[in-house]
Design a protein around this ligand. Structure first.
Ligand code: G3H
Length: 224
């Protein structure tokens, strides 16, 4: 746990996201290049881009992360499972899975648990569940986190970036619900170094952002 801004090395915490619907192969190549250059944790790309990213980052430090059921989470469990398995076959080692938010609101946590557990067990990879915190009440956040932790999720992720952004309160809430051993990925709307630092100080252990290079350059400007 970091306590001072100057102790924080932001770059190794960043999942460099390229989740624009119209992303091209050229854009995928650019984020892979930037992820290595800046020392980011991972690139986070759509399943259609995983094979390219895995080839470009072969034997390099950044991991290949992809999104499952993105951005609504409202597809079927069978489709999410296939999407996850295929992504792993293509080289993904981290899977950011949007949970079924309707099930959470209906209290159908057994279905939620089964869906996440099947993906965790079948792939054996790092699963980050996307909770879309701004759409859930406190009680819904609690039951969603309990089900996902028990199912084997490695990280709790705040947002897709499509419906609200990560706040310090979201991170603190997930830390309170998930405890110290679970990873917490703050995501959505992270735009500058100060914001990134504050989220890490609140307890985030990964930052999902489409502005990684700008955030690192922002720090350089601040130090000059
Ligand atoms: O998971 C990553 C997010 O989609 C990134 O959101 P952002 O585009 O607001 O940085």
């Amino acid at each position: 746990m970091f306590t001072k801004p100057e102790e924080i090395d932001i770059a190794p915490l960043i999942d460099h996201a390229l989740l624009e619907p119209a992303a091209t192969q050229e854009a995928v190549a650019q984020v892979c290049y930037e992820a290595e250059r800046f020392g980011f944790a991972a690139v986070c790309v759509y399943p259609a881009h995983v094979r390219q990213a895995a080839e470009l980052l072969h034997n390099k430090a950044p991991k290949v992360c992809t999104v499952i059921g993105f951005p609504t989470g409202a597809t079927t469990s069978a489709v999410k499972l296939f999407e996850a398995q295929e992504a792993v076959e293509n080289g993904a080692v981290e899977l950011d899975v949007v949970i079924n938010l309707g099930w959470v609101k209906q209290g159908e946590t057994r279905k939620l648990h089964r869906e996440v557990a099947e993906i965790c067990e079948s792939t054996g990879q790092t699963v980050k569940v996307i909770l879309e915190m701004s759409l859930l009440t406190d009680a819904e956040q609690r039951i969603a986190v309990e089900a996902c932790l028990d199912a084997g999720a490695a990280f709790l992720k705040t947002h897709t970036g499509w419906m609200g952004g990560a706040s310090i309160a979201d991170v603190q809430r997930l830390k309170q619900l998930g405890g110290d051993s679970i990873g917490i990925k703050a995501s959505g709307g992270i735009r500058n170094w100060q914001q990134a630092v504050e989220l890490v100080l609140a307890g985030a252990t990964r930052l999902g952002t489409s502005r990684g290079p700008e955030i690192i350059r922002d720090r350089g400007i601040l130090e000059e």
